[in-house]
Write a protein that binds this ligand. Structure first.
Ligand code: SF4
Length: 230
């Protein structure tokens, strides 16, 4: 196929011309082989969360309007969407956890390949987590910061420190009003898996709300940690 019909990006067009000439398979080829894609899947109305399924809803209204457990199209689509959010938030945030572990090892070692190169940034980030800076060695501050960010993952009470330390106050007020201020990074992901299990959450608005909490825990928690400590 003409590369210009496959992508509007000039670099991608050039790459696609090259892969066509050399016979290399790309995601574009595989996408075309998948067409026509499953209509139920595209609408998000197919569910295989439990072994009673797979269940699917007839989008035209003639066939089944609920899965075996009673889940409607709204419930199934919301469950599918928020489980995708859980997967993405887990991938970003677990990367942040690994960065935090490496940071802790670097902070406590004189022979680690990694080191704190930007001391000013270290102090700026530590201040956001309310860590004492004055009169302290870099290693001490870095050790406390590593502990503080790692505690954000499994926090059991309250909300994320970073969710109060980084976003503009007006944005935090919106989250408070909507009840979506993230509580801890791992918790928001686990709660998605809990609420979307058969027989648990069925209100699609409530499910989406939990998805929003996980998005915020990812963006202002796990991903932020990965960026700030890198
Ligand atoms: S959770 Fe409900 S809709 Fe999904 S597969 Fe099980 S019975 Fe079907």
């Amino acid at each position: 196929m003409d590369p210009k019909k496959r992508s509007s990006d000039k670099a991608s067009q050039e790459m696609l011309k090259h892969t066509d000439e050399t016979g290399l398979e790309t995601a574009w080829d595989r996408f075309e082989q998948q067409e026509p894609q499953c209509g139920f899947g595209k609408l998000g109305v197919c569910c295989r969360i439990c072994t009673m399924g797979p269940c699917r809803i007839d989008p035209f209204g003639d066939g089944p309007q609920a899965g075996i457990c009673g889940a409607t199209a709204d419930t199934i689509a919301a469950r599918n969407l928020v489980r995708m959010i859980a997967g993405g938030a887990a991938a970003h945030s677990d990367h942040g956890r690994d960065v935090a572990h490496t940071f802790k090892m670097a902070a406590g070692s004189d022979s680690c390949d990694y080191m704190v190169k930007d001391e000013l940034k270290l102090r700026e980030v530590a201040a956001r987590y309310d860590i004492k800076i004055e009169g302290r060695e870099t290693k001490e501050i870095a050790g406390d910061l590593a502990d503080a960010v790692m505690a954000e993952f499994g926090k059991q009470e309250g909300t994320l420190v970073s969710a109060a330390a980084y976003p503009p106050p007006a944005r935090q007020k919106v989250w408070e009003k909507l009840g979506v201020t993230p509580r801890s990074i791992d918790r928001e992901i686990v709660e998605i898996m809990h609420r979307t299990h058969i027989g648990v959450g069925s209100d699609y608005k409530n499910l989406i709300k939990q998805g929003l909490r996980a998005c915020l825990a990812d963006g202002w928690g796990g991903s932020l940690i990965a960026t700030e400590l890198s």
